[in-house]
Design a protein around this ligand. Structure first.
Ligand SMILES: [Zn+2]
Length: 125
């Protein structure tokens, strides 16, 4: 597949952790570490730099979910603090770890899709 994928195809490719060019090779070698290149088409992944983007999105989204849920439970039931720790500790792990990989794959594939790169100054002739 060498044709340019549509934006929805790129989003699905990113969320599934696949290569942005061939959509078949794997993007990750571990949980969050990238491969050096695609194992199917050989695309060099050195362009990929998601930076802190996935972490920021995960912090904002998971913070909204966990803090909101904790506030609702506290206001409605006033449980002891140990119950808060038991409830929200595992929820924090669930709502941070899984979306982190999904969002990293998504941002890298969207970076490839939109040909995003660092800005460069051009010299005028
Ligand atoms: Zn590939």
């Amino acid at each position: 597949m060498t044709d340019t994928p549509s934006l929805p195809q790129s989003i699905v490719t990113g969320l599934s952790g696949r290569c942005p060019r061939c959509r078949e090779g794997h993007l990750f070698s571990g949980f969050l570490s990238l491969r050096k290149q695609c194992d199917k088409c050989g695309l060099d992944y050195s362009f990929a730099d998601a930076g802190d983007g996935p972490a920021i999105f995960v912090i904002l989204i998971s913070g909204f979910i966990v803090v909101g849920a904790a506030l609702i439970v506290e206001v409605m039931y006033q449980p002891p603090f140990w119950l808060h720790a038991v409830l929200w500790g595992p929820l924090i792990l669930i709502v941070t770890l899984l979306p982190l990989r999904l969002l990293k794959g998504l941002l890298i594939v969207l970076q490839y899709h939109h040909k995003a790169a660092e800005g460069r100054l051009e010299r005028r002739p």
